[in-house]
Structure formats: C-alpha cells, structure tokens
Design a protein around this ligand. Sequence first.
Ligand code: FAD
Length: 603
Amino acid sequence: MDQFKNYIYNILLEPSIKSELEYFVQEFEKNPTAYDFLVDNPQGVQENYKEGYIGLSQRYAKAQQMLKKKFPGNTHLIQFQHQLYELGTFYLHWQAFLPTIQMLGTPEQVKHWQDLSFNYQIRGAYAQTEVGHGSDVQGLQTTAVFENNSFIINTPKASAFKFWPGQLGIFATHTVLQARTTVNGKDIGIQTFVVPIREPKTLKALEGVEVGDIGPKLGFLRADNGYLGLKNVRIDLNNMLMRYTKVDESGQVTTSSKNAIKYGYGSMLNLRVGLVNVFSIFGLFSNNLAYYQVKPLLKTQSIENEAIIFRLLRSYVVSYAQIIANAQVKEIFTRFQNQLKANDKQVNETLQLVHLYSSQMKSIAGWEAVKTSREAMQIAPFGHLNASDLTIIYADNVPYVTYEGDNNVLMQQTAQYLLKQFGKVSGGNAQFTGMASYFNKYTQENNQKASLQNLEEVLERLSYSFCKKTMENFQNNLINGHSIQTSWNELNQCELIKASVLFGYTNIYKQMGAQIKSSGYSLELLKIHKLFGLFIILENRTTIVSFGIADFKQVEILAEIDQQFSGNNKLEFLDYLANGVGMYRQRNFINIDWDKLNLKARL
Ligand SMILES: Cc1cc2nc3c(=O)[nH]c(=O)nc-3n(C[C@H](O)[C@H](O)[C@H](O)COP(=O)(O)OP(=O)(O)OC[C@H]3O[C@@H](n4cnc5c(N)ncnc54)[C@H](O)[C@@H]3O)c2cc1C
C-alpha cells in the first residue's frame, strides 16, 4: 500500500520540494492553525478581496521566511503550492508571471524580477488573452512601439482589451503582457513585456492604465480575473523580455537563432505539463471525497452500488493513468531542455513531441477532471453542498477545458500533425514517424483483427483505423473540389477532433506502459494500466466492431471489467486506490465538515 503511495508521490512532486513539504507537514501536525496558509479561504477572499489578499500575502511571505530559515537559498514549496492542494490565490503569480520571466528573460532580467516577486514586493499577472483574441495569438491587437529607449504600449480598440487574466482584477501590481511590436517602423512580431500597472502599496492604477475586475464567474473564487486597457503607457526598453529577441537603444533588433522564439514558448510548455498533474490530482481528490462519503453505504451489494463502484473505479484509474503517463512527458520535457542547452539537433523533434503530448494530455485531463468531479458530486450523498468541497473543485475544473489552450483548438493541432503524417505516407515511400510510428505496423494489413489479449494492439488499431478513415475522408473532400477550409471546418472538424482524442488516449496507455516498465513492474500498477485500457475499449466498442478489429461478442467479453476482480476485492482495490492519494493533506477531503453545515441553526 505505502509503496504505491510513495510511487505516486515521487513521480508527482519536484525533488526540490519534497524535503520542504515533509518539513511542513511535520510542522503542520504540531500546530495546524499556524500553517494554515496552504489552504485559501475562497469565500473569505471573495467577500473582502483587498484585506483577504493582503492577509494572504503576509502569511505566504511569513511561510517563505520560515522555509528559508530551514532551507537556505531559493525555496520551492510556495512556488509549487499548486502541486499540493489547489490553484491557490497566487497561482498565476508563481505559475505564469514568474515562469514567463524565467523562460523569456535574460539572466539579469530574471534576477531583477525574481527578487521582487519572491518577497511579494510586486505581484504579477499573465495578460495574453484579449476580448477578441484568445486561441489565435498572432491576432493580438495590443501594440508596443519602440520610441526613445522605451516602448509605448496601447490598446487601440475595445477588442484589444486584455480580458480574463487572473490577479489582474484587483491585486496585480505588474503583468507580463504580449503585444504586437514595432521597432523603427518594422513589425517584429508578438513580444512579451513586464508592465507595471498599479502602485504596489495603494493598489491604485498607474497613469494611462484602465484596469478592473470582470465580475462573478464559475469557479476560481479566489482569483480576481480582470480586464486591462493601456493608453500611451511608456515602459523602459529593458521591460521587454530579451532572452531570445533583443532590441538595443538604437533600435537594432537581434534574434539569437531562427528557432529562438519557438524554443522560448516551448519552454513555457512546462506549465501545461504541470497542469495535467494538477487536474488529475483534482480528479483524485473529488473521487476521494465521494468515495469516503459513500463508502459506508457500499457495504451491502445492490445494483445501484455496482454502478457507483464502476464509476469510482473508472475515475481513479483514469486520473492515475494520466499522472503516470505524464511522468514520461515530464522526462521528454527535461530532454528538450537539455538538448536546448547542448545545441543538439534533435531539439526540434523533441519540442514537437512535448507540444503534442502535453496538448493532448491537457485536453484529456481537462475533460476527465470535469467528468470526474461532476460524477463525484452525484455519487456523494452531500455532493451538491458547498460544505462537501466538491462544488468548489467542480467549478474550478470546468474552465480548465478553455484556459491554457482551448481543448478543441489544441486537439486540432494533433489533427494537423496526423494529417501531415498521412500525407507523407500516402505517396507510398515514406514511413510514419515520431509518435505516429506505430501506425507502420498496420499499413500493410487487410485483416484488421487484433490479438485480443493484447490491449495495446487493440488500442493502436482503433487509433490507426479511426485516424486513417478521417484523413481519407478529408483528402477525398479536397479531391472533390472542396477548399481546405471547408473540408476542415465544415465537413470533418468533429471527426478530426475525435481521431486526435483516440490517438491521445492510446498515447496515454502507451506512455503509462513505458513508465511502469522503467519503474520496475508492480502488480497494482499493471492492474491500473490494464483497467485503463479496458475502460477506453469499453467506451469505444461500437467503433472497434465497425472497423472489424474484433466482433461484438469478443469486445463484450474483453471489456468485462468485473472479470478482473473476484469476490469483494473490487472494494479492496477501491480502498487501495483511495489510499494512493494519501500524501496530501486530507483534512478537507476525508470527512464532510459538519460544522460548516450549520444544521442546528437550520433545524
Ligand atoms: C477561468 C479562466 C482563467 C483565465 N486566465 C487567463 C489568464 O490568466 N491570462 C490570460 O491571458 N488568459 C486567461 N484566460 C483566457 C483563456 O486563456 C482563453 O479564454 C482561451 O485561450 C480561449 O480563448 P477565447 O476565450 O478567446 O476563445 P476562442 O479561442 O475564441 O474560442 C471560442 C470557441 O471557439 C472555438 N475555436 C476557436 N478557434 C477555433 C478553431 N481554429 N477551430 C475550431 N474551433 C475554434 C473554441 O473551441 C471555443 O469553443 C482565462 C480563461 C478562463 C476561463
């Protein structure tokens, strides 16, 4: 049991924060209220934003000092707080503002802004999205024009207002901001700037800055999502982040390599890779809340219980599968960083892998988090009460399908990749490469029947067959005279997304298999892996049959989840899975907080 818990703990948490976390947990047990800063009180912050935030920032700063005493140098626990519990109040300060500077700034810029950020002298937001532009970054309309050793930033029209950024509403003193940039009359593309927007002490907007909160929303109660318009705001030349593209005082522009910008943004994929874990953890949390609430009722077997157990099992298995598979993606990301440092030629290929894996997994983890937390509310007897915490987790999960890349947009990037791969081999000479290379196993076969003992093969064939059919339909539409736009947007978009989703689930299965292999086999890990494959197959039975991969009877037998268990050991396995979440503080997650219900007053 503890072995599994440790395994998940080890692949989830950055090595740098483990010892800090252990120290904290120890201190927390001694004196729970003193270290309560890890738990935001979203309601409290909502009721009184300014005091709530200022109180929180003081507590965080105190915690930071306490850690520093024990761990000299930069501490990591607060920056990676999201890995432990939830998307805290300062999530974007630590996870978007600061990392953008760390990735895109020169060493001097990083030092300057990092020092100010670490002790909350400044608090940052990440302002990319505009009213009229979210997914289409190249369409951004905010402008930055070089003039006399500075940049003048403007919001030229209403659709160019920055809209949505967290922390921008009330609390941010600075923001990183993307703007279309012109130097000496030449458009040098979208660049990233650090823009001061408020007086740090009074929180008053600076001159030329129109900034405020966008109002009540679903979820993210502790985040003050905001809007921002800028009128002739002058910032120092050095506020442009210049690791890859530099502008000097005379307006001379230099770019360190032609792929530089791509690498810069590639480095930001770290955020997306991290979020896959965050939302998988949220899946596990929701499931634990539901499981511990419903557990006493599961003792007697009945048909309803079967349905509940089945759904709990699926949610656990999918969430763990994502975390385990994501450990591989994290390794690929580390490889990308090392290759980048070493000027290795493979870096482009590795970057493409990280991009594709992380965007598929971000999308799948997002959809799954919404589904899991929704079902948890249904399963838990008090699931729809705020006091159960499930409503809060659910509301936080929902927007994840949109931010950090809209899921349907991200999935279409995989579709583009697949289309290129099929285009390449349709001539007959080339082979599928990269993450699609397993398709080569199936190109020459007429008989699509899979060996049903081998789940990987069933999934690979399912993914290959669906992708092939979709890409053929797309090509036929082009041959029949439809434009690329029509073939994509009007005739095949849903199928292109579905093909990418199946490709994505198959990749999770494969990556999870690779991860389990590299960590040494354990029976329980193999069981989670197998169950994950079975659930995906079960949910795609009709497609599997329609492609002739297996007949209906075979698929029904294969996907009989019950056969994986004997007697009562489905319940035992649920216990095992629930315990794997145990390395986090479970104060709010085991039992409903009866005090919060305030039943007496109502009776
Ligand atoms: C809670 C929350 C927090 C956020 N925090 C931040 C933040 O801190 N900083 C920040 O900069 N932004 C933030 N955002 C904004 C978020 O990143 C954007 O909402 C997201 O990128 C999508 O952009 P959009 O809203 O303009 O939607 P669009 O991109 O316009 O998408 C709208 C719809 O159109 C579809 N669509 C778009 N393009 C295509 C296409 N090519 N093909 C097919 N369909 C398409 C999408 O699937 C979607 O259904 C946040 C959003 C939310 C909800």
